[in-house]
Design a protein around this ligand. Structure first.
Ligand code: EPU
Length: 424
């Protein structure tokens, strides 16, 4: 087990560079198998999810090589093989192999995806999409088996019941080579979806409307990567460092940001009193003065991201007075961090899935556990704020999504160490 040890209470300052977006990367790697030629991805974050996806690629004889921030994937000798278990269970995004294999081979056998413990995460909309394209989908022994009719997949109009990121991406991957036009209505509008569409369009796909709620895909016969693709910056990593800077920063400059991707988040933290100066692709966060309490309700993009609900919580704890409210409409059960924060002395509780936050003058270090990525990010910030030593067990969950986190925190002056310890 990975353990993160933080000796906190020390103001941090300096510069931090944001890596490529995890939630783009984990879709683009599976999408690479749609190409008949080698793919180069630039700006790839050093996160455990990338290693797991590379292992899954190798199960299909797809060779990949990750050097600095460049990931080369060669799918020229891909063999169609079932991906029943193993690494499939280690990350949610392995479900993108369903759409990618379907688009490439017209069939897929993929184990039911694993991933973060943040409450129920059904994939009915993905399956509805595949079926609308003509595929037959069976769920047998914890595996999803998908087959196309003899004549291949055909375009269809698919109305998503909710703007699901995963379903939108999976349907795009499955339909890029289907015959005719596919329309996804009520599509998710996240920037990562535009990134996927850009990546595929540069390989010859015809996808229009990504970033709006209606995406149209004209099927093409074959995709070939010709130029390297640079992954967009991770808006959730950026938001996490902004929260950290607002809580315990003594002047932190965050680089490689697309500010527009953070609009609703920045509006909220600025309303709380965090002072931010924006330049072209950097944000300078001033040392925080008195912060005002606030209310947050998560929503699909461009609303306040569920993935930032936990990382922003320490900022609410830093407010001077009042009662803060956080309602996660996307994942109401994403509350595993609350009990851990309470162990650190936080005045916070949950009533009917509503998180109620009260100002907490000081947190104290103790042993906590990171149940999932963003809970881990929240506890990491809390640990940096707290007096004494915080030990975060299951810190592997933080490494699943945060690029070179120990290195970045140390550059800001944090006393932090990640170590391997035997599992009890
Ligand atoms: N939903 C369904 N049926 C479906 C699909 C989704 O009911 O078939 C529901 C979900 O239960 C949820 C809502 O629709 O309430 C939105 O889910 P969505 O499908 O958009 O989520 P996802 O694609 O599984 C991605 C990110 C998550 C992020 C959500 C929401 C990846 C790999 N994961 O998940 O990221 O929280 O979108 O923005 O892209 C994280 O990075 O910490 C993380 C969990």
């Amino acid at each position: 087990m990975k353990q993160m040890i933080i000796h906190g209470g020390k103001p941090l300052q300096g510069d931090v560079w944001i890596g490529g977006a995890k939630n783009s990367t984990v879709a683009l790697i599976p999408a690479s198998i749609l190409s008949r030629t080698p793919v180069t991805l630039e700006g790839v974050p050093r996160i455990a999810d990338v290693d797991n996806l590379m292992d899954l690629l190798s199960e299909m004889d797809v060779v990949s090589d990750f050097h600095n921030t460049t990931l080369r994937i060669n799918p020229e000798h891909i063999k169609m093989s079932p991906l029943p278990s193993g690494k499939i269970k280690s990350l949610r995004a392995s479900y993108y192999f369903m759409g990618a294999l379907l688009g490439r081979f017209g069939k897929a056998v993929v184990g039911f995806p694993g991933g973060d413990d943040i409450g129920p995460r059904p994939i009915d909309q993905h399956i509805k999409g595949f079926e609308a394209l003509g595929a037959c989908v069976k769920n047998e022994n914890d595996q999803i088996k998908i087959t196309s009719p003899a004549e291949g997949l055909h375009g269809a109009t698919i109305h998503l019941a909710m703007p699901s990121v995963g379903a939108t991406m999976n349907i795009i991957m499955a339909s890029v080579t289907a015959q005719g036009q596919t329309i996804i209505d009520n599509a998710a509008k996240e920037p990562e979806i535009i990134d996927l569409a850009t990546f595929l369009n540069n390989m010859g796909a015809v996808i229009r409307g990504a970033g709006t709620d209606s995406i149209r895909i004209e099927g093409v016969e074959r995709l070939e990567a010709k130029t390297p693709h640079t992954i967009i910056p991770d808006r959730i990593e950026a938001g996490t460092y902004i929260s950290l800077a607002g809580c315990i920063g003594n002047g932190i400059c965050i680089h490689n940001i697309i500010e527009e991707h953070l609009d609703s988040y920045l509006a909220k933290v600025e309303e709380m009193g965090v002072v931010i100066d924006a330049t072209e692709d950097s944000l300078f966060v001033y040392p925080a003065g008195d912060l005002k309490m606030t209310q947050i309700r998560t929503a699909s993009y461009p609303g306040f991201a569920t993935d930032l609900q936990q990382p922003v919580t320490p900022l609410l704890l830093s407010a001077k007075s009042g009662e803060g409210v956080i309602i996660d409409q996307i994942y109401p059960k994403r509350i595993g961090h609350i009990e851990q924060l309470r162990k650190m002395g936080a005045d916070i509780k949950v009533e009917d899935n509503i998180i109620l936050v009260h100002p907490t003058a000081k947190l104290h270090g103790t042993t906590v556990s990171a149940g999932e990525i963003r809970a881990g990010a929240c506890l990491m910030i809390a640990g940096l704020m707290a007096d004494g030593t915080t030990v975060i067990n299951n810190a592997g969950n933080i490494l699943r999504g945060y690029d070179r986190v120990q290195e970045k925190l140390r550059l800001l002056g944090a006393n932090v160490k990640i170590q391997d310890v035997p599992e009890k």
